[in-house]
Design a protein around this ligand. Structure first.
Ligand code: DGY
Length: 328
């Protein structure tokens, strides 16, 4: 008998067809976001689930779904999973690293440039018929080439952004990370580890790429924004909650920093109303990994993980395999 799985959101049709060749699949044709109670109900009798960041897999859900063996997130971030609880229930969790690194870095870099060069503000200005004449200081921003790029969270995506900045735009790269990168990774980028306060003080363009966890909640709040240059920009492609959105909106309104670009928000898809009122912020709806090729690759990798895990193979990108092995 094939294993039974839930595909909790709509995925590319060819991936769903592939999953149907291996499993008894319940799909979500409407792409509705299930409430926690609906998710529990739909997971009854299922051994696997393909999830996205919209589905929370926590201790309460796991206790109510005793047959669940694998949860495969179609995202590199997995703050929607309680990993210790998954391990305690013997549930393997997987994610989709690597396949989205370059696409996400492209978008982060584009957002940073859009903030520095005031692209959203300029388009708004033009569309609203405000463009009457050329003037020397019309919508002047700040240079990206040759500027100091600050990266908070220097994992795979942070390093890919650093490569774009250092090698393509002649930027000086500084970063802060829990652990310092090996010299052979730092030196081709000319990247320098600095403490967080130095990063905030020295960056012309600060990009956030760190994972969300309790320790990174409001890593950027009023106090951190006070340290930044008044000409600096801030870009968040990591997760909502890493930035205190209310404090950021106030800093933008008071021009304590020049501009920001945000792809992720606290409580998304809701956006803090103050952010909608300030002109010097570029806002996008969590689409940093959204190219067709990359979204298909993410879904395929999530499927690879489910197929391997439920058919006795080795899942390519497990999160808690070591913990599960330790527990026996
Ligand atoms: C990720 O992969 O974590 C992206 O944010 C998409 O959810």
């Amino acid at each position: 008998m094939p294993a039974r799985i839930l595909v909790a959101r709509v995925v590319p049709p060819r991936v769903l067809e592939r999953l149907r060749r291996h499993f008894d699949v319940e799909a979500n044709a409407d792409d509705a976001i299930y409430t926690p109670a609906e998710l529990v109900q739909r997971l009854q009798g299922k051994q696997g689930a393909l999830t996205t960041g919209s589905e929370r897999i926590d201790a309460k859900l796991l206790a109510a779904c005793p047959e669940l063996r694998v949860v495969a997130n179609m995202a590199v971030g997995y703050n929607n999973f309680d990993i210790p609880a998954c391990s305690a229930h013997g549930v393997l969790a997987t994610n989709t690293p690597d396949v989205l690194t370059e696409t996400t870095a492209d978008f982060g870099f584009a957002l940073m440039m859009a903030a520095a060069r005031r692209m959203a503000e300029s388009e708004h200005f033009l569309r609203h018929g405000e463009w009457k004449k050329w003037s020397w200081d019309l919508l002047t921003g700040s240079d990206v080439h040759g500027a100091t790029l600050g990266i908070l969270g220097m994992g795979r995506i942070g390093q890919a952004i650093a490569r774009r900045g250092a090698l393509g735009f002649g930027m000086k790269v500084i970063y802060h990370n829990r652990s310092r990168l090996a010299p052979e990774v730092e030196s081709p980028l000319g990247a320098r580890w600095v403490d967080k306060a130095t990063l905030l003080r020295e960056a012309d363009h600060l990009v956030l790429v760190l994972p969300y966890a309790a320790a990174s909640h409001h890593a950027i709040g009023a106090a951190e924004l006070m340290l930044m240059k008044p000409t600096a920009t801030l870009t968040n492609i990591a997760r909502g909650g890493i930035v205190d959105d209310a404090a950021l909106a106030a800093a933008l309104r008071e021009r304590r920093i020049a501009a920001a670009a945000l792809d992720v928000f606290e409580g998304e898809p809701a956006v803090h109303p103050d952010l909608l009122e300030v002109p010097n912020v570029v806002l996008t709806p969590h689409i940093a990994s959204a190219t067709v090729a990359t979204r298909v690759a993410m879904a395929e990798l999530a499927a690879d993980n489910l197929i391997a895990a439920l058919n006795g193979g080795t899942p390519p990108t497990p999160i808690n395999a070591a913990e599960l092995q330790q527990r026996g």
